[in-house]
Design a protein around this ligand. Structure first.
Ligand SMILES: [Zn+2]
Length: 108
């Protein structure tokens, strides 16, 4: 898992690399969901991106896209539904923005 993450992060712009390496923890999980992200205020001002074993069985492109999408949530300062109700519209807006971030950084 850590190899996949490093392969992706090392090609991101330096500013993002620095932020991610200082503020984001990646952990693996046997959960079914491919990946999800906790925001900084949930855990001591660090972000946590959980990468599932299931995701790592997908093809390289899918793994890269999903990890970039999750990094996008972090870099774009997105909220999550923990301790706060989000509207479907807000969730949708964040997902679209994280997808756009992933697409932007996919082709290095
Ligand atoms: Zn998302």
């Amino acid at each position: 898992m850590i190899n996949s993450v490093c392969q992706i992060v090392k090609f991101l712009p330096e500013k993002i690399q620095k932020y991610v390496s200082r503020n984001v923890w990646f952990i693996s999980s046997p959960d079914d969901a491919w990946a999800f992200t906790f925001r900084g205020s949930d855990i001591a001002n660090r972000h946590l991106i959980v990468i599932s074993d299931e995701l790592l069985k997908q093809n390289e492109q899918q793994i890269r896209y999903t990890i970039l999408h999750e990094i996008g949530h972090v870099m774009l300062g997105h909220e999550n539904s923990i301790g706060r109700v989000q509207t479907q519209a807000e969730i949708k807006r964040q997902e679209v923005a994280a997808d756009a971030f992933a697409k932007k950084h996919l082709n290095f």
